[in-house]
Design a protein around this ligand. Structure first.
Ligand SMILES: [Zn+2]
Length: 163
């Protein structure tokens, strides 16, 4: 965002007294319902929806913020005029976010299934190895009894013919 100049403004005009700014702020917000979008309700937030009557915020700013900040805070805290544009963009943003969350959940679920499948395959491999060992032992044992004097070396009955 730092290289974008979309937020650049001329320096703020001199503000009026706290009383005058508070009155102008009240007037600007008259009839604007809670939940509406507003500019600079908090000093590090460009735009947000109100969660309580703006009068509470005005009162809070006057009572709690450093005196030299109050007039500018009240000057800039204004209801958004084109709320529909913001609401519509917000809706698209929320939909994209919800979609991404679903994809993340699906990924997590697939990862879990993948891990379970791998664990299952490892168990099967271990079972095969164990059964193979028993099979080899049974064959070796039967071969020993049934095929005495055998030249079988494990690979061939002609071991000396091997290079
Ligand atoms: Zn044999």
């Amino acid at each position: 965002m730092a290289d974008l100049n979309v937020f650049a403004h001329p320096p703020p005009k001199a503000t009026g007294t706290i009383d005058a700014e508070a009155e102008a702020c009240h007037t600007a917000w008259e009839g604007v319902p809670v939940g509406s979008y507003g500019w600079h309700i908090h000093h590090e937030q460009l735009v947000e929806q109100t969660t309580e009557p703006i009068e509470h915020r005005i009162r809070f700013i006057i009572d709690n913020k450093p005196q030299h900040e109050v007039a500018l805070r009240l000057r800039l805290m204004r209801p958004v005029k084109d709320a529909a544009a913001i609401a519509s963009a917000r809706k698209a943003y929320d939909a994209a976010t919800a979609s991404a969350r679903k994809a993340d959940a699906a990924t997590a679920s697939a990862c879990k299934a993948y891990a379970a499948a791998i664990a299952s395959a490892r168990k099967a491999d271990a079972a095969i190895a164990s059964a193979r060992k028993a099979y080899d032992a049974a064959i070796a044992s039967a071969h020993l009894i049934e095929c005495p004097n055998c030249t079988w070396d494990g690979k061939t009955i002609f071991p000396e013919a091997l290079p």
